[in-house]
Structures are given as C-alpha cells and as structure tokens.
Design a protein around this ligand. Sequence first.
Ligand SMILES: [Zn+2]
Ligand SMILES: [Zn+2]
Length: 642
Amino acid sequence: MMTSKINISFPDGSKKQFDRGISGGEIAKSISSGLAREALCLEVDDEVWDLSRLIEQDTSVKILKWQDVGGKEAYWHSSAHLMAEAIEALFPGTKFGIGPAIEQGFYYDIDINEHTLSPDDLAKIEEKMIELSKRDVPFIREEKSWEEAVAFYTKKKDSYKLELLDELKGKTITLYHHGNFTDLCSGPHIPSTSRIKAIKLLSVAGAYWRGSEKNKMLQRIYGITFPSQKELDEYIFRIEEAKRRDHRKLGKELELFVFHDIAPGAPFWLPKGMIIFRELEKFLREELDHNGYQEINTPILVKKDLWEQSGHWAHYRENMFLVESDETTYALKPMNCPESTYVYRNKIRSYKDLPLRYSEIGRLHRNEISGALGGMFRVRQITMDDAHIYCRPDQILSEVNSLIDLVARFYSIFGLKPIYNLSTRPDEAMGDIKLWEQAEESLKKALESKNITYNLKPKDGAFYGPKIDVLIEDAIGREWQIATIQLDFVMLPERFELEYIAEDGSRQRPVAIHRAIFGSFERFVGIITEHFAGSFPTWLSPVQAVILPITDAFNNYAQQVFHALKNAKVRVELDFRNEKVGFKIREWELKKVPYMLVVGEKEKSNHTVSIRQHKKGDIGAKPLNDFIQKIVKEISEKLLTS
Ligand SMILES: [Zn+2]
Ligand SMILES: [Zn+2]
C-alpha cells in the first residue's frame, strides 16, 4: 500500500519526509526562501527535472543552481526558447530547427526563408528577449501523444520539428510552453523567464540542417545569458582578454614558438621559447629530485606487442602513429605508462623497496584529427611530465598526500589557483572492490586532512582506479584541467603482472599511481603565456634585463653593468643601437622584458643604474650591486612580482 509520505535524501546525507507529490520548488522553499530564489531545477537520481514536476516516490535529490553544470544547462537552454519566442514575434513564420545549450551559452538553428540576419537584427532580438523575460512567465511542461504533437506542428507548418517527430514515433512527447512560444523539447527548463536577466547575442553563422550538406543551410544564432549584468560584463571582458592574450599571437610576437604546415600539431620552439621550456624542466627536476623521484627514459618507438598487452591496441589504436619496418609493426608511444613497468620488473622488488617513484619527461605522439588542432592546446607531439609511482596499498594515503602538496606548490609558483575533482568507481570498474573502497577513502582523507574543498564526481573514475583531477583557474577566470593523480589496480599491475615480495614472503601486486603536474609542456606553456599575457615572471623571462646607454659615450659603463649581471647568471642584453632611448624603451616594453636599465653620466659616476620595471615604469636609480641582489633573489625564489 502506498503511504502518503515519501523520503527525500540530500547530497549532504540528510533525509527529510515530505508529502507524496511534492515539487522540487516546494522542497527548495521548505529549506529557505533564498534557496528557492536561486533554484533552477532539480536533479532526481541521475535525471534533471523541472522544479514544478511532482515527486511520487522515495528518492535522492539535489537542487541545482546557476553554479551547477545542470543548472547552467537548463538556464541556457531556456534562453534558447526565449530567443525563439523573440524571433517568432519579430519574424512571424520562422521555422525552428534545434536550440541546445552549449558549453558557453546556447544557439538556435532557424529558417527565416530569404532574410539574412544582420547585427542590427541581433540587437533587435536581444531587446525583444529582455522585454519578454520581464513578463515573468513560467516554462510549462506538457505531455502529449505523438499524434497530437504531429497535428500541432502540421498546423504550424514547421517541417523541421515534423522531421524530428518522425524519429519519436510511438513515444510520449513533451512540449514546453512559455508565453506565446511552444517547443518540442524533452526539457528540463528553469521556473520562469524572469530568471534571465542579462542577454548577449554573439554571432550568426550558417549551419546545415542536421549537419548534412545535402540539407538546407539554416542560420545559427549564438548567444549567452546570465543572472546579472555584472556576470555578463565579466564574460565579455574575459572573451576580449582571451583574444588579446591568445598564445598563438603572443608566441609569434615574442618569438617563442611557431607552427608550420610541414609538421601539423607540433611546434617549432624558437630560442626564446626554449628558454622557458628549459626553465620549466629545470624547476620540475629540482623539485622531483627533492621528493624522492628517480628519472627514467623509455623508447619512443615500440613494437605493437606492448600496446596489445596494455590494451591500447584494442581501444586507442586510431590515435596511434604506426611505423612498419622489417615486417614488424611499431607504434610511436602515445603514453609512457606501459614502458615504466619494464623498469619496475628490472629487478625482484621487496615490500621494503616501495614506493618506487619513476618520473619521465617523455615525447608522446597522438594522432589528433587535424581539424581539432589549435596552437599549443591541441598538439600531436606532446612532452609529458609523467610519473608512475609503485606502492603498497597501505602507502596510498601518504603518497597521495605528498602528491597533493607537490601539485599545490607547483601551481602557487605560477599564481594559479587549483580546483580539485575526485572521481569514484564507475559501473564498469575492474579490480578488487575492497581495494577500490580503501583507495577512495584514502583520496578523500588526503583532501579533507588538508582542508581542501573538492567536487565529487561519482562514477567518473577510470575502469582501473579512482582519481583526483586538478583544474586551475587562470588570471582571467578560465579553468583548465592540468594535473591528475590516478590510482591503478589493473592496467599496469595486472596486465603486466607486477609483483613484490611481501613481509610474509607472499607475492603481491603493487598499486600504480599515474600522475602528471604540468600535463603537457606544450599546453602548459600555452596556458601560462595567456595567464601572464606574455609578461612572464622574471625567472621565466627569456630576457630578464636589458641595458640602454643614453649615448655611446656610456658604452663602456654599460659593458661593465652587462658583465656584472652576466656573472650573476642573469639573462641580460645590451642595446647599443644608434636610436633615441625613448624609442628603445617603447620597443623593449613591447617585448615585455622585466627590467630596463638606463645608464648615463649620473649612473656612471655613482655606479648606479636607473631602473624601469615592466608595467611599473620608472622606479628610480639604485646602486648596481643592490639591483643585482634584487633580481637574483627574484629569480632564485621564483617570485611572481617584486
Ligand atoms: Zn527546450
Ligand atoms: Zn601513466
């Protein structure tokens, strides 16, 4: 017999009883009126529902807000509906294709017959959307029979929706209404149009119906919306900043790296870029030497047998570059992992030998489709700062603990803020369930003992173990996934039959931890080039100081300054060109050199330098030795600003 009460559990583990048939909106209100104002939709088990839908049985729920991915998705998809309503009002007879939310915003594919939309039209649509959103009307879900839905769109003469309906024959159809607009849609949607406060239509582009050239070309309007004008302004600032900071543009201007068609997806590192690359490598090696790592190096070209054993041949082959030679098939390694097991198996290992931490700066090749290549962010040749740690199950916690510290230290050097995601056991997981539970517990404990807040990603782990992914937030608020700490009970330990002799003499499997900090050097250099907008901290700057004599009468003193800095291992240049100092300053400013040292009569007789610091301008004169001390400290301590 059905009781009139149901039990609802919440993400924090708490449970509450409600009347059967309560809605998500009412649940939010019962918690607080603030939450009710912010709530956009409701996660019910693994589905996202409208807040108005009634809950009929015991279940777990999560109220989704703007901050949640599911909340944003419903928000932007609802904005696409609002845009369609505005378009229908301004251009009656328009036919609609599809209008999904995308990673940043939404689009709608529309057919306005002969009319090509202009920027003026977009402004008008935007204005109309604002007007319509203020009407504060709810999005209403309605279930219809297939026949009723077909009748509706036949009357409306919308051939695209009829085509979509063709594929849904026999199923219950849902329509969503708000104001004067109705859409064929499976939802979910936000409670009301008035939640959409700030609107920007970004562009319009041609798009074939259903992506096929055989079909008619429709017009795709891209837009984005936010709950406040402030957030929209920040978004627009970010887009413009991102353009200004584009690493492909800066890489060329600062002579760091270039790309040529002759080697798609692989950079040519120029001398200045190579200085940055080498500084990163040096930093990495120093840190790892301190942290008990041993560096190894394994072959790039390996027989396919290895990849058959590792499982890459079955699951990753289309991404691998193959080489035939002497009737043998080789592959360029797409990962370092399997080969590190050959180093592990080089000797019989005892429990006392563990953990073994093997780091490798390996050259990897992955066959990314050329359409997906984009500067340093998607390359085919990847230099990976990889490590594989082999340990006993009881060592997982301490290893993960020190990895988290290491990652945090690395990112703090660059002023990057880490964000942690913990991914747990997926349904198709392999390996001992007890080991999984113990490992997940260790990862949680490690994060919690450091007071790190993290996002839990249930069932998002690899089939061979749980993981912590670390994202970073850059200077303009963009997030990048970089580091990963990945436990592995199966892929390396089982497939390559790794063993150690336990204390009781039995043979046991070690746990492998895959970890990367920079991820790929190429991508990381791309990210920090944009993060610093090309103004690298002094320790990374290809040229750290430049000396500008006021006239050639001071060339001798300039030489002295030059040699003093050289002796202190500063990367310094001398600009003897027969140009005005003002001209030289402007030029070096564009090259984003941290320090310009101007020398003339006064500097020569006082043995000083007049300092111009990048972005700060003139910071006055200093005795030469004081300046050397200052810049050497800045470099050796890897300071962000001085
Ligand atoms: Zn919809
Ligand atoms: Zn690995």
